[in-house]
Design a protein around this ligand. Sequence first.
Ligand code: PMP
Length: 286
Amino acid sequence: MIYLNGDFMPIEEARIPVLDRGFIFGDGVYEVIPVYSRRPFRLAEHLRRLQHSLDGIRITNPHCDAEWGNLLERLIAGNEGDDQYLYLHITRGVAKRDHAFPKGVAPTVFIMSNPLLTPPKELLASGVAAITASDNRWLRCDIKAISLLPNVLLRQMAVDVGAVETVLLRDGFMTEGAASNIFVVKDGVLLAPPKNHLMLPGITYDVVLELAAAHDIPYEVREISEYEVRTAQELLLTSSTKEIMPITRLDGKPVGDGSPGRMFAQLYQLYQNYKVTVMRGNTPNT
Ligand code: PMP
């Protein structure tokens, strides 16, 4: 069951006009929200980031948080599986093709839910391969825009060589992955790039830094050079659907000793514990 512009229906029945500006221009934004035990994880934060994305492209938010909450609740209930991920997609709507914003046009709102398949244990035990590439995206990577062509091409470069992610470098510094945030471990310290217009402010990124702070794991938020990426003890990838994963090969070379490190093991365990605690309702599910 999906939601499209006020109606719930099977995905096979969903139709949008070809003049939708999402189709014509990629003129829209999206969110991905993980659902554990049928409860959306960090809902308020995801809705706040959605608001930031909408503000960034000047679309008025079609719903208040309570309305979003109701729609998402109905979709979760209407789909199978306790663990799901919600995909929210808002475009500037349907209008005659013209770059300038149309007047008086309602945004298109589409939401779907899919089963959430977190990475299998074997992959977490071996770690994954990544490559590096030059970050050739625009300068508003803080907006979760549906126009993902650069990310698609960058990610495919990894897939083409049997790797799972592309770590992006801009002007000698690391920004993020093509579809994830990246952390570096150096001398036992967790390093995270500062949130700015060059990367998506990851919700999982925030959780990891909160966990580090709460558990006395040394961390620094600062610019990370290409050299530090290439000589890292550990590299970690985070996203809402992949949670935390170790990158154990970069551009064909082992990262550290080539196996998942202690920082990964600790943060992975803390993340899993945190999820369980939040889902039991023992801490506010903000
Ligand atoms: N950066 C990019 C470019 C992404 O597409 C994503 C999500 N897929 C992330 C970072 C991670 O963000 P989050 O933890 O909120 O999923």
